[in-house]
Design a protein around this ligand. Structure first.
Ligand code: HEM
Length: 416
């Protein structure tokens, strides 16, 4: 049976994609279905957060096929100054650079994140997941997000970067505030976001100085001691400010996104118990397709933005130099031009050309392999140890345009 296509009661001119409150609604997928059918390219107003000058608005592309040209053509569509809709006064390393400088910096860390290198970490990721679940097993209930899902990505990326255990909660507090400046529980103001950004960078510099003096076998030591050719053509070890931005990006990129994916995985398994049973019958064989289907269906990063460097046309629409262009991955992931029966949650879906890690091009997610492993390992560990785990209340959504985030999700199981 074909899954129902979601709907919305909103008229086209009532849809406000630049307003974070839109993403607290129950009909977000219905809104995107309507846009794909009736307004595949449109210009939207920005509800700029207090503390920032009013923004000019942005072009929205919601069909899967329209995003690749934008994402791959970095000469016409730059990632400077920002890849979120709003121009917050913070920079985040390679995600805000264009080739060729981007390429030189990305190569410093690429090797640590290849599928082969991540495969070698799988055993230790499994051990970390088992410890996290063991810590709560006797309690019989938990907030899935804060007690379970947040822990694994936080610990894994911290271990890879050499962040000691005792600093990890502090780092997580700041990364929450950094990614969700429109959610009052995490930050609430642009000043809070900038303060969080500064705090992470200060911490990174403290870590970097230690690793410059005493390098160890971690990603931080590799970056801080590497030589790069800068925009001026000279080779030098990476500047401390640039290093701190790089570490901030890795901490932020590796934390909330994967936590949200794991949380959505549990939510989706509770909505589609037949697919949970299918995955648990063969967690090894279905690990990758299950992770990819959760990533498609949940799309933890809702969008990526670029800025046109010159007058250009996309899907027949003229875009002027300086215009903001937004690729709505959460919409493209349900495009029936690409996905058969897109609202069916199918843990065996293959092929699954979702846009969750980007629409190709130089910025394709560095942590894609790591995220897939963490999602598969965490879900298998959780349900093997706590087989009757069930969701007992609605997810508390994050108020944010760019993240499909869940802040809390109550769960219960028979204490074990
Ligand atoms: C479910 C988890 C994740 C999602 C949904 C996600 C999503 C994304 C997206 C959409 C992009 C931008 C792609 C583009 O502009 O074309 C990106 C870039 C990036 N991600 Fe992830 N990510 C996830 C996990 C991770 C992890 C675990 C790391 C680990 C460090 C990571 C590190 C990065 C970095 C460094 C970039 C910038 C790459 C560049 O600009 O070259 N991500 N990610």
């Amino acid at each position: 049976m074909t899954a129902l296509i979601p709907t919305t009661d909103l008229a086209l001119d009532e849809i406000a994609l630049g307003n974070p409150d839109t993403f607290l609604r129950d009909d977000v997928d219905g809104i995107f279905a309507k846009l794909r059918a009736e307004r595949p390219v449109g210009f939207d107003a920005e509800q700029t957060p207090p503390g920032l000058p009013p923004g000019p608005g942005f072009w929205s592309f919601v069909r899967h096929g329209d995003m690749f040209g934008i994402s791959r053509d970095y000469e016409a569509f730059t990632s400077v100054p920002a890849v979120g809709i709003f121009d917050y006064p913070v920079r985040t390393s390679i995600i805000n650079m264009d080739p060729p400088v981007h390429t030189r910096y990305r190569l410093l860390v690429n090797r640590g994140f290849t599928p082969r290198m991540i495969g070698r970490l799988e055993e230790s990721i499994g051990a970390q997941a088992r410890r996290i679940v063991e810590d709560v097993a006797e309690r019989g209930e938990a907030d899935l997000v804060t007690d379970i899902a947040a822990k694994l990505p936080g610990q894994v990326i911290a271990t890879m970067l050499g962040v000691p255990d005792e600093d990890q909660d502090m780092v997580q507090r700041h990364t929450n505030a950094f990614i969700a400046p429109s959610d009052p529980e995490y930050a609430g103001t642009v000043e809070d976001m900038v303060a969080a950004s500064d705090a992470i960078e200060d911490y990174a510099k403290h870590l970097g100085r230690a690793k410059r003096d005493h390098p160890t076998d971690d990603v931080t030591s590799a970056i801080v001691n590497a030589e790069v050719t800068g925009a001026d053509g000279n080779r030098a070890t990476i500047d401390m400010d640039e290093f701190a931005e790089f570490v901030k990006l890795l901490l932020v990129g590796g934390n909330e996104t994967t936590r949200n994916a794991i949380t959505h995985g549990v939510r989706l398994f509770s909505e589609f118990p037949d697919q949970k049973a299918r995955f648990l019958a063969d967690p090894q064989g279905l690990a990758v397709t299950t992770a990819d289907e959760i990533l498609r269906y949940a799309t933890p990063v809702t969008l990526m933005r670029r800025t046109a460097t010159r007058d250009v046309e996309v899907a027949g629409t003229p875009i002027a130099a300086g215009d903001k262009v937004v690729m709505w991955y959460r919409s493209g992931n349900f495009d029936d031009a690409v996905f058969d029966d897109p609202y069916r949650f199918d843990v065996g879906r293959d092929p699954n050309p979702h846009l969750t890690f980007g629409a190709g091009g130089p910025h394709y997610c560095l942590g894609a392999s790591l995220a897939r492993v963490e999602i598969g390992v965490m879900l298998a560990t959780l349900y093997q140890r706590l087989p009757d785990l069930e969701v007992t209340g609605p997810p508390v959504r994050m108020r944010a345009v760019s993240s499909h985030g869940v802040k809390h999700l109550p769960v219960r199981w028979t204490p074990a």
